[in-house]
Ligand binder design. Structure first.
Ligand SMILES: Cc1cc2nc3c(=O)[nH]c(=O)nc-3n(C[C@H](O)[C@H](O)[C@H](O)COP(=O)(O)OP(=O)(O)OC[C@H]3O[C@@H](n4cnc5c(N)ncnc54)[C@H](O)[C@@H]3O)c2cc1C
Ligand SMILES: *[C@@H]1O[C@H](CO)[C@@H](O)[C@H](O)[C@H]1NC(C)=O
Ligand SMILES: *[C@@H]1O[C@H](CO)[C@@H](O)[C@H](O)[C@H]1NC(C)=O
Ligand SMILES: *[C@@H]1O[C@H](CO)[C@@H](O)[C@H](O)[C@H]1NC(C)=O
Ligand SMILES: *[C@@H]1O[C@H](CO)[C@@H](O)[C@H](O)[C@H]1NC(C)=O
Ligand SMILES: *[C@@H]1O[C@H](CO)[C@@H](O)[C@H](O)[C@H]1NC(C)=O
Ligand SMILES: *[C@@H]1O[C@H](CO)[C@@H](O)[C@H](O)[C@H]1NC(C)=O
Ligand SMILES: *[C@@H]1O[C@H](CO)[C@@H](O)[C@H](O)[C@H]1NC(C)=O
Ligand SMILES: *[C@@H]1O[C@H](CO)[C@@H](O)[C@H](O)[C@H]1NC(C)=O
Ligand SMILES: *[C@@H]1O[C@H](CO)[C@@H](O)[C@H](O)[C@H]1NC(C)=O
Ligand SMILES: *[C@@H]1O[C@H](CO)[C@@H](O)[C@H](O)[C@H]1NC(C)=O
Length: 579
């Protein structure tokens, strides 16, 4: 190769390096010209697509449709940009522990008693979550009836903007080596792909610990084709009802940050649509508020029925999470999830560590802090505000060294157990009531027990031994995780907790709840709502099972995937249509 060619090659390499450092890692500042507060909206406006919820699925969907059509995004929360609670990994938990009405996280407690959280911010769950980024398995893609090639292209479109390789440090490395040692094989290295064995997955945090969210996918939007209204809460979808044809969605009623009412309608054109991407709680709730749901339940709330659909709000699931805290004699890094063991037993092993998690000077357990509602020390039904307060107080009084260590957690696949969602009132700002029925199906419980078995083995592995005190057997660690002075009721007479009891008593959420508008029940395979026209649901509420080990990659992918499919179909169907 001549000198000249070498120079070209080097210049190209330098260019690639420059691009990867300056474009990939720089955090988007979110100064979108098309984003504004809802109060600036006209009383009445018209669009080709109205997307309800600018969350994990809504943002990529809106960005895609805006290439060729006029799109309105209505997001009840504010902007994630400029909020350090959202932008920084070290602040994980800050937003989740803020229970004020303006918090980007809205807390809810399921009827099971497990304390949980849902997003209320542009970017949705990606602004609150632990960042782990991993694709669905090829089997999941096939079972969903998706086109594999288009799915891969959609994942890549997402990954270019939000996915990174994590920096592995000592503690996460020990968990990985432990998983390999106990036979969770093969070693799949770093990959987004879902296959059996142990891997390092992706993350939406870059190497500076900055979060990249679904809102960043709006960089792909056509600025002339999109309007994003913040602080706009949708109260109802409006339908045009004509005898002899299905009710057709044609507009929405929303309120701005000052409480003023606005209406947005679809432009004329039979292909224009309203798309609900309000998440697993918001989407079934909004369908019911709009008259699509179980007739008797709607009647009880004085909601006029548009379509009697008993399956709205059914099939709600939350994958149970159980974890064991392992105090460490050695310092550990602050880490959220980086490694996962995908076992053939239907359980996924993940882990998080940190000595001083909350970012500030406070002592905290990050993903497992009672401040964010995680409380494994008392059984779900006993997680009262009083118990929470005591747990937080207790935590605040512990010595710093008590926080040195990490949690090894397990999440079961599926799950098989399901529950349901119901309205409590007609206010979309308030949570509906939901029950997930954790471990109702015996297979779910079996999977949990086997998962605890894997965690035990990792803790006892040679590779993990530097991060564990020698004199602390797993039975003691489980006992420590499951009981505390906070728990005033007498515990089981056994000296150590059985794995079954441990699963039930220490169950927490990993926030992967889904369902309520499932494919094949409430929507068809194109995500069109059955029984009505011009309405789809695209988000985690459509899932029958949680995709991959963690869902966010697939939720973002789905937004892009459905958007591309809609564009392709319209281009093929009616090229001369008004836009
Ligand atoms: C704390 C936490 C940690 C997690 N960790 C991970 C992880 O590490 N990896 C992973 O893959 N997944 C993780 N998840 C799960 C993942 O983030 C969610 O499954 C995903 O974000 C859900 O996307 P969605 O589009 O279904 O809903 P959302 O992203 O919640 O979007 C719904 C949007 O609709 C808006 N909305 C609702 N109702 C209305 C209304 N009436 N009017 C207007 N707007 C409305 C909401 O404000 C919200 O922005 C985590 C989630 C949480 C909360
Ligand atoms: C947005 O911010 C970036 C980085 O600060 C800047 O380069 C860009 O010009 C800004 N765009 C607008 C429309 O203000
Ligand atoms: C938008 O509304 C929010 C909430 O009321 C407010 O905090 C913010 O200042 C408003 N922004 C602008 C630009 O008016
Ligand atoms: C918009 O609606 C408000 C009431 O919600 C009303 O006071 C105002 O006059 C309306 N503006 C226009 C331009 O119609
Ligand atoms: C950040 O979180 C803290 C603790 O929950 C809260 O007090 C503060 O108001 C939050 N800040 C922002 C900008 O939301
Ligand atoms: C999609 O990508 C995965 C790897 O991520 C690969 O296994 C699969 O074969 C690809 N599917 C298609 C249809 O290209
Ligand atoms: C429904 O309407 C009836 C009659 O107007 C009223 O008595 C009842 O309280 C209403 N119920 C609800 C849940 O709003
Ligand atoms: C996983 O399943 C295999 C096969 O059924 C079983 O032998 C093994 O004990 C299980 N592992 C754990 C940790 O329970
Ligand atoms: C577990 O805790 C109970 C009290 O809650 C105690 O009686 C028992 O000895 C402990 N078991 C182990 C193995 O430490
Ligand atoms: C004690 O634990 C064992 C196994 O862990 C279980 O079989 C037994 O039923 C338990 N006894 C009580 C009283 O909980
Ligand atoms: C979208 O618009 C672009 C140019 O703006 C055009 O090339 C493309 O064919 C259009 N696609 C669809 C699906 O309408």
């Amino acid at each position: 190769m001549g000198l000249w060619s070498w120079r070209v090659l080097l210049a190209a390499l330098a260019g690639i390096l420059f691009f990867s450092q300056h474009c990939r890692a720089s955090q988007y500042v979110g100064n979108y010209t098309f984003m504004q507060n809802a109060s600036s909206a006209a009383n009445i406006s018209y669009y080709d697509y109205i997307i309800i919820g600018g969350g994990t699925a809504g943002c990529p969907l809106a960005a895609t449709l805006s290439q060729n059509y006029s799109v309105l995004v209505l997001e009840r929360g504010g902007s994630p940009y400029g909020n350090p609670n959202i932008s920084n990994l070290a602040a994980f938990g800050a937003a989740l522990s803020d229970t004020s009405a303006t918090s980007p996280a809205q807390r809810f407690i399921s009827e099971d008693g497990v304390i949980n959280s849902r997003a209320r911010v542009l970017g949705g769950g990606t602004c609150l979550n632990a960042g782990f980024y991993t694709r669905a398995s090829p089997n999941y893609v096939r079972d969903a009836g998706w086109d594999g090639k288009a799915v891969n292209e959609s994942y890549e479109w997402v990954e270019k903007v939000v996915a990174f390789e994590p920096q592995m440090k000592q503690w996460q490395t020990a968990v990985r080596e432990g998983l390999l040692e106990i036979g969770v094989l093969p070693n799949n290295g770093f990959t987004f792909d879902h296959s059996y064995g142990t891997k390092v997955g992706g993350t939406i945090f870059d190497n500076d610990g900055h979060r990249h969210t679904a809102a960043d996918l709006l960089q792909y939007a056509n600025p002339n084709g999109i309007t994003v209204l913040l602080h706009s809460t949708v109260y109802r979808i409006m339908f045009r009802i004509k005898d002899g044809s299905k009710p057709r969605a044609h507009g929405v009623i929303f309120r701005d940050e000052s409480g003023h009412k606005h209406k947005a309608y679809l432009n004329h054109g039979s292909k224009n649509e309203i798309i609900v991407s309000a998440g697993a709680l918001g989407s079934p709730q909004l369908l019911m508020l709009s008259g699509i749901g179980p007739a008797q339940h709607l009647k009880d709330h004085n909601i006029s029925i548009v379509f009697d659909q008993p399956l709205v709000g059914q099939g709600m699931s939350d994958n149970p999470m159980n974890a064991i805290f392992v105090p460490s004699p050695l310092p550990v890094e602050v880490s959220l999830i980086q490694v996962v063991g995908i076992t053939t037993n239907g359980t996924y092993i993940e882990a998080a560590s940190g000595e001083n998690f909350a970012g500030s000077s406070s002592r905290d357990y990050g993903m497992f802090s009672p401040k964010i509602g995680q409380l494994s020390k008392v059984p779900p039904k006993q997680r009262t505000p009083e118990a929470m307060r005591k747990a937080i107080e207790l935590m605040n009084n512990l010595e710093q060294v008590a926080f040195r260590g990490g949690f090894i957690l397990e999440k079961i696949m599926g799950p098989i157990s399901t529950g349901h969602l119901q309205l409590q009132n007609r206010d979309p700002n308030e949570n509906p009531s939901v029950i997930f029925n954790y471990f109702k199906h015996p297979r779910d419980l079996e999977r949990c027990i086997e998962g605890i078995g894997f965690i035990e083995k990792v803790i006892e592995s040679k590779a993990f031994s530097p991060f564990k005190y020698e004199n602390m057997p797993v039975s003691l660690l489980m006992n420590l995780t499951a009981s505390s002075p906070v728990n005033l009721l007498p515990r089981h007479t056994n000296s150590s907790v059985s794995a079954e009891q441990f699963c039930r008593d220490t169950v927490m959420t990993i926030w992967h709840y889904h369902g309520g508008c499932q494919v094949g029940r409430v929507v068809d395979r194109d995500y069109k709502v059955l029984g009505v026209e011009s309405l789809r649901v695209v988000d985690g509420s459509t899932f029958n099972f949680c995709p991959g080990t963690n869902p966010q990659a697939t939720v973002m992918m789905l937004g892009r995937y459905v958007g591309v499919k809609i564009l392709k179909e319209r281009l093929g169907a009616a090229p001369a249509e008004t836009m």
